[in-house]
Design a binder for this molecule. Structure first.
Ligand code: C2E
Ligand code: CA
Ligand code: CA
Length: 428
């Protein structure tokens, strides 16, 4: 097995050399970057040697899968780069990328543990995406970056970046200052008790407004924040802001809960426990009125570490909700061990319920099973009265969706609550 030393400079030399000969002989090349996802987590779980054993295995598999490779090197702790002579038909590149991902994901033993690694692949091609080794490397980095949050986990760079992609790249740095210059805000989307239709809670959803007034949605900037390292600051800001504004909403005598979303890397960060602890100490919101929403897919990546952090937060009295439930392919046996209070059935099931009996059955069984394990069930993405009525009939506890209420700025949310409370049958 080839020793997996990091050889960034050597690789860059090789790539320069390959680009030069491709230029001379009028050939095309593909540069493939392979990232082993969550290596620090493996290092944590299996020790550094375990992490290195994974890298060595992946390198061996790369060699086997990519027999035509001109060079293969480890270029960073969690990254390999491969140069292959261009496969004639571009579509074949996508097929080989998929096959490579499947090869890398085959489970194997590290010590006494079974490991199945998730990898991401980025691809750039000479001469379409760059005429120099440096240009191809930066294209392939962007390509790899574009796989964040993408289930297919591979990306072939397109010839030109969209203006928006370039803007976001530039914005990575600006996110660091976004908190200080008050361009971030939280919108609140109410969660309603489906029996009484009374509001019981809200979910805080982050928005970023640029100086020119453009509003960027979290699906766009959260991956940028993850990549640029500002995500922990954003999480800390969101938790503190939601608690502070939660107190404001509840003053003097209401008891609406507020939920904050936590992203993948924050959940694995031991600092999250301290952030929650100190925010609760600063703001006067009772912990049971505060919920953290974590997605199901984050949990199944490393359940032990995730569960440990969540249990410590739960011990403080804070509620945990499992977001996007049903999309992470976790087994139902999770219900037994999950340190959670609430599950949020993914919007895709709820939207499909409108005209699909199968989805209604799935939602029905999730609700029944969750109730057996004492979990509260939230349906998100309710967009019509028929879906609302179906969910009520299925015994779903809480509902959220544009049909009930859209996300609102704090002042509008407060006004909305006052209106609901004054209405006949309202809480007030
Ligand atoms: P999510 O946690 O699943 O949040 C629900 C998303 O669905 C929100 O989008 C919400 O505006 C939208 N939504 C609610 N009801 C409906 C409906 O009836 N129909 C449709 N089509 N959409 C509905 P948003 O605000 O753009 O947030 C997207 C995602 O970004 C969130 O998904 C969450 O994962 C993430 N996010 C939001 N705020 C934060 C944050 O403060 N921190 C982190 N880490 N992630 C956040
Ligand atoms: Ca959420
Ligand atoms: Ca969700």
């Amino acid at each position: 097995m080839k020793e997996a030393v990091i050889n960034w400079n050597g690789f860059l030399n090789d790539l320069e050399h390959q680009v030069l000969s491709a230029q001379i002989s009028n050939q095309v090349l593909a540069l493939i970057a392979v990232q082993i996802r969550h290596l620090p987590i493996y290092n944590f779980r299996l020790g550094f040697q375990g992490g290195e054993a994974i890298i060595a295995e992946m390198l061996a598999r790369l060699g086997k899968s990519m027999k035509r490779a001109l060079c293969i090197e480890r270029i960073a702790p969690d990254r390999f780069a491969v140069v292959v002579p261009q496969i004639g038909v571009p579509e074949l590149l996508a097929i080989s990328a998929r096959k490579l991902l499947a090869d890398l994901a085959e489970p194997f033993m590290v010590g006494r543990e079974i490991v199945s690694v998730t990898a991401a692949i980025g691809i750039s091609q000479y001469p379409d995406h760059g005429a120099t080794a440096e240009a191809l490397m930066s294209e392939v980095e962007w390509s790899l970056h574009s796989t964040i949050g993408d289930a297919t986990a591979f990306h072939i760079t397109t010839k030109t970046h969209s203006d928006q992609q370039l803007m976001l790249m530039q914005m990575g740095a600006d996110l660091h200052t976004a908190i200080a210059d008050e361009s971030l805000s939280l919108y609140y989307q109410p969660k309603l008790d489906l029996k009484t239709l009374a509001p019981v809670a809200s979910e805080a959803l982050m928005r970023w407004t640029l100086p020119d007034g453009t509003r960027i949605t979290p699906d766009q900037f959260i991956p940028v924040a993850e990549a640029s390292g500002s995500i922990h600051k954003l999480t800390q800001w969101a938790i503190n802001t939601a608690l502070r504004e939660g107190v404001e909403v509840n003053f003097p005598d209401r008891d609406y809960s507020v939920a904050v979303n936590v992203s993948a890397s924050s959940i694995y960060d031991p600092g999250l426990v301290t952030i929650v602890e100190s925010a609760l100490a600063i703001w006067d919101l009772p912990p049971q009125l505060f919920t953290l929403e974590v997605t199901e897919s984050m949990l199944i990546k490393n359940p032990e570490l995730c569960f440990r952090h969540l249990s410590r937060i739960r011990d403080m009295g804070v509620k945990i909700a499992i977001d996007d439930f049903g999309t992470g392919f976790s087994s139902l046996s999770y219900f037994k061990t999950i340190p959670a209070d609430e599950i949020k059935i993914d919007q895709s099931f709820i939207k499909a319920m409108a005209d699909n009996d199968d989805d209604e059955k799935i939602v029905g069984s999730i609700i029944d099973l969750a109730h057996k394990f004492g979990l509260q069930v939230v349906a998100e993405g309710i967009q019509s009265a028929p879906v609302l009525h179906k969910l009520q009939a299925l015994g779903c506890d809480i509902g959220q969706g544009y049909y009930l209420a859209k996300p609102m700025v704090l002042e509008d949310y407060q006004r909305w609550l006052k209106g609901v409370e004054k209405a006949p049958g309202g809480r007030g």
